[in-house]
Design a protein around this ligand. Structure first.
Ligand code: ADP
Length: 306
């Protein structure tokens, strides 16, 4: 195989109570990437469409991950990489993770499937280091495994894929404002009372059980975040209104995607998900803020060839 074209899904990390430990992949929103083997052992980003990102291989997460994997596997080829971004970086939908995980998946295919999902996640996490300074796993793992994942542990890295009911649909709104990652981090409390921790981990248990059992009421009742959302939502215009309107339109729950500003709602079935999208439109079209709305199934697979 000399060339591969892949789809790398957008991902929702945190998932309310699953703050810093859960994520899921979308099937209808993501980036396209093309990887072509070259004879020189050089990694080049030759085209980027849809976003203003660095072409230098050491500054673009795709280049960082590709170089690392070619080195690790002692490959005798180089790569030309084309990137088509279909959603904006800084949205809270795992833009850098899509490039990092898409690259990990594609390079592995070109190497003849040398590595497993866990090892690919570790490579992609190095892309996250280049993008934001820390080796965060939730977005890249969701992008590689697909569906819902739980990052159970970092040392050692343990990623647990969680079965997802096929009728579960996500509605996402991306208000196009900038939230600095450091601001989003600063507002999360460094310590929480044990009472809060108990409420949070009880909901994580509920969410995981609900996903396993396909129990939509349990999923909805568990989608509560006592740790990050109470402060982070203050950085997102109209968060409470969007949440209330989405729930009135049938959402099981609503939360912040990653560190925002995107918000996600989960619901049962496409009809309801589209109604929720309408309710989100109604609030944001009056706001004067640019926004994009997406409705998507949960991706059963992670990054995949197209
Ligand atoms: P979010 O998860 O909110 O979408 P990211 O964590 O993806 O945001 O952060 C994007 C950051 O990563 C930007 O500073 C961007 O310049 C950097 N970056 C480097 N390479 C890429 C890439 N290939 N795709 C997206 N972002 C990249």
């Amino acid at each position: 195989m000399n060339q591969i074209k892949v789809f790398a899904p957008a991902t929702v990390a945190n998932v309310s109570c699953g703050y810093d430990a859960m994520g899921f992949a979308l099937s209808e929103l993501g980036d396209n990437m093309v990887f072509k083997k070259t004879e020189t052992k050089v990694v080049r980003i030759t085209e980027i469409h849809g976003a203003d990102l660095p072409f230098e291989a050491d500054k673009n997460v795709a280049g960082v991950v590709a170089k690392l994997m070619l080195q690790h596997s002692e490959a005798d080829f180089g790569l030309d990489i084309k990137i088509q971004k279909n959603f904006k970086p800084g949205s809270g939908l795992g833009s850098s993770a899509a490039s990092a995980a898409g690259t990990a998946f594609a390079v592995n295919e070109l190497l003849g499937s040398k590595y497993d999902h866990l090892q690919l996640t570790k490579f992609a996490m190095q892309g996250e280091v280049a993008a934001c300074g820390s080796a965060i796993a939730d977005n890249v793992a969701a992008c590689i495994y697909g569906g819902f994942i739980l990052v159970r542990s970092y040392e050692p890295l343990d990623i647990v894929p969680i079965p997802t009911p096929s009728e579960l649909v996500a509605t996402i709104i991306h208000p196009q404002i900038e939230i600095k990652t450091e601001d989003a981090r600063k507002v999360v409390p460094e310590t929480i009372p044990v009472k809060t921790a108990i409420a949070q981990w009880a909901n994580v248990g509920g969410l995981i059980s609900g996903l396993y059992a396909g129990d939509f009421d349990l999923i909805g009742n568990s989608l509560i975040d006592y740790v990050a959302e109470p402060q982070r939502k203050l950085l997102i215009p109209h968060f409470d209104e969007v949440k209330e309107a989405a729930i009135k339109s049938g959402a099981l729950g609503v939360g912040i995607s990653g560190s925002g500003p995107s918000m996600f709602a989960l619901s049962k079935g496409m009809f309801m998900a589209k109604q929720i999208a309408e309710a989100m439109h109604a609030i944001y079209e009056k706001s004067g803020i640019d926004y994009a709305i997406y409705v998507s199934n949960i991706s059963k697979t992670g990054a995949r060839p197209i």
